[in-house]
Design a protein around this ligand. Structure first.
Ligand code: GDP
Length: 214
């Protein structure tokens, strides 16, 4: 698709939501980005939207966790879900995350798809597993990005991709898996095109008249 038609070419911060509320109405398809802190999620969002500091704006350590919503040219929304660190997470932090992020993923009707980032060098951390546990019953479209792929050799990349695809398939996840690097650009264009197609598909699904009952 021409670049100007991509929903990612016009992006603006919309609103932050927390446990006490603040979610925007469910009137547009949402693409949610999830991953543990430091996985490269902000860099990925910035690469996909071609903006330098978009996703860093509200990233202050120690702040109460919030879900940040961005408008995608009026066609959909990009949703930046908070992640926590991967080592020794206090129970209270995890409980808050489960309530906020788990709650969002399991109840949000307008959630069209989830982009989950896993570090290519350390996939399937406990945080990743917790995320997958929330995702399975939600049954949403899932794209797994193996981030910072520039840190691996060509051979390692191929092996990793196959291993992750097999591991997700063996657990009945119907997921797309891609290598991704904000630094080298690997996977950026393909990811943007895939997510644009998800927004289009979700908009087409929403336009269908409701099925008539008997
Ligand atoms: P977030 O906490 O998940 O939002 O992660 P950031 O986007 O802030 O990135 C965390 C760290 O990883 C920063 O030091 C980035 O410079 C680095 N980083 C992010 N993406 C890449 C990448 O594609 N390749 C490499 N080598 N480093 C990256």
């Amino acid at each position: 698709m021409p670049e100007s038609n991509s929903a990612f070419s016009r992006v603006e911060f919309l609103v932050s939501a927390g446990i006490t509320g603040g979610l925007p109405p469910e009137d547009l398809p949402e693409l949610a980005f999830a991953g543990r802190s430091n996985v490269g999620k902000s860099s990925a969002i910035n690469a996909l939207t071609r903006r330098k500091r978009l996703a860093f704006v509200s990233k202050t350590p120690g702040r109460t966790q919030t879900i940040n919503f961005f408008d995608l040219g009026g066609k959909g929304r990009l949703v930046d879900l908070p992640g926590y660190g991967y080592a020794r997470v206090p129970q209270a932090v995890r409980a808050e995350w489960d309530q906020l992020v788990g709650g969002y993923m399991s109840t949000r009707e307008s959630l069209a798809g989830v982009v989950m980032l896993m570090d290519a060098r350390r996939p399937f951390t406990p945080h990743d597993e917790n995320l997958l546990a929330w995702l399975r019953p939600a049954g949403k479209r899932l794209l797994v990005l193996l981030s910072k792929s520039d840190k691996l050799s060509r051979q390692e990349r191929t092996k990793l991709l196959q291993a992750c695809q097999a591991r997700l398939a063996s657990r009945a996840f119907d997921a797309e898996v891609r290598l991704f690097s904000s630094l080298s650009g690997e996977g950026v264009e393909e990811t943007r095109a895939l997510l644009d197609s998800w927004i289009q598909a979700a908009r087409a699904e929403n336009k269908k008249p409701p099925e008539k009952g008997n």
